[in-house]
Design a protein around this ligand. Structure first.
Ligand code: GDP
Length: 371
């Protein structure tokens, strides 16, 4: 981590109320801690666990407390949202888990074929050792927002296409009394042995050993924005982008803008406004698409310009802070947020975070691969 980033990250420490020297922050409601006990019980009776993590933070999206129990189980790590992560670095992460002898697979939960590959790995892992068991259970766990529900939803669709007739799943060990059989809900994905994926995922409490991990989790959406504050998350994002020189790779868009070329939506990846504003029902029309495209270009140009014109040292905390201040101003213009808007900075932060989280600023990985 650069000195500038360290300083900025440190500054957040007091304001965000982290306990001295790191430690777990009281960011999560009590019921989540209570759920941990139930998860442990379910894990005991599961034959394999799919631990879902966010590809952009393969280490920071793990729950440290549960790792010993997860390590002792047959486990597949699903690095989800692979479509939002940089593929070259993702391969390094895959090699890293490989070197740790940990099964891991890159997944996009919205893609049936990608989820199918995950299920093939799960079946392989189970069948090679447990072909004589009549029924096998698979449990999905992960911290909030990594895509557990989306994954289980896709698994449900695949299960329906494989075994259209519902098949009751019974398992004695899950019942409150030993030996008493209980129906539990799961989706059948294989026969002989029957393999079921439990329909309810285990929601794990994120582990936040230090402030930067907290900021990464917030950026990936695993910690509520209101807990950290959108402005601080956006400031962290800008610091990381500048330190990595990412805006310099947006020169291309800057040049096109200078040339006065207004590119068509199909020039870049297909943009889906539904994804960007998920609650909205109306189908996007062409002018909406142009608007999002324009905003992405404007934002990229603003960040490119401010970074190239900057004559300080991004590694220095105060210089980096100045640069980020300038960028907030440039972004406000780029996003056409009126100068007098009382909460302009907050509006800039929210829009920037939405663009980042929906992959519009390009694929990204926040965690560094351990050496
Ligand atoms: P959960 O809290 O772990 O159950 O997460 P959800 O399944 O509710 O997903 C959180 C958000 O991430 C939703 O907006 C999903 O649409 C989105 N999401 C889930 N999986 C993927 C994926 O593979 N790629 C992308 N781009 N988004 C995903």
């Amino acid at each position: 981590m650069g000195r500038g980033l360290k300083g900025l990250v440190k500054k957040g420490l007091g304001e965000m109320g982290f306990t001295a020297g790191g430690g777990v922050i009281n960011w999560f409601p009590g019921h989540m801690a209570a759920a941990t006990h139930a998860i442990r019980q379910r894990l005991k009776v599961s034959d394999l666990v799919i631990e879902v993590r966010d590809s952009r933070i393969p280490l920071s999206s793990a729950n440290a407390d549960l790792q010993p129990q997860l390590l002792s189980k047959r486990r597949v790590i699903a690095l989800n949202k692979k479509d939002l992560a940089n593929p070259n670095i993702m391969h390094k992460w895959a090699s890293y888990f490989d070197s740790c002898k940990q099964d891991c697979i890159l997944v996009n939960s919205h893609s049936k074929s990608s989820v199918q590959k995950l299920l093939e790995l799960v079946e392989l892992k189970l069948k090679e050792v447990m072909s004589r068991e009549p029924t096998l259970l698979v449990m999905v766990v992960g911290v909030p927002n990594v895509g557990k529900s989306a994954l289980i939803n896709s698994i449900h669709q695949i299960a329906l296409s494989r075994y259209p007739a519902p098949d009751k799943l019974k398992r004695a060990t899950v019942g409150p009394l030993p030996g008493v059989t209980q129906d539990i809900a799961g989706y059948k994905i294989a026969h002989q042995p029957s393999i079921y994926v439990l329909d309810t995922p285990g929601v794990l409490v994120p582990s936040i050993p230090d402030i930067e991990t907290g900021l990464k989790l917030a950026l990936a959406g695993s910690v509520k924005d209101s807990v950290v504050g959108e402005e601080r998350i956006a400031q962290y994002l800008l610091a990381v982008l500048n330190l990595r020189g990412t805006p310099l790779s947006w020169k291309h868009w800057n040049n096109r803008k200078m040339d006065g070329i207004r590119y068509k939506p199909e020039d870049k990846q297909s943009y889906n406004l539904k994804e960007l504003r998920q609650k909205r029902r109306k189908q996007p029309d062409f002018s909406d698409l142009i608007y999002v495209e324009d905003m992405v270009t404007e934002v990229q140009c603003a960040l490119y310009r401010t970074l190239t014109e900057f004559d300080g040292n991004v590694e220095e905390e105060s210089d980096l802070e100045h640069l980020i201040e300038d960028q907030f101003g440039a972004l406000q213009k780029a996003m056409k947020i009126p100068h007098k808007a009382g909460e302009a900075r907050l509006m800039v932060s929210k829009k920037l975070l939405t663009l980042f989280r929906t992959g519009k600023l390009g694929p990204f990985i926040l965690d560094d691969v351990p050496q």
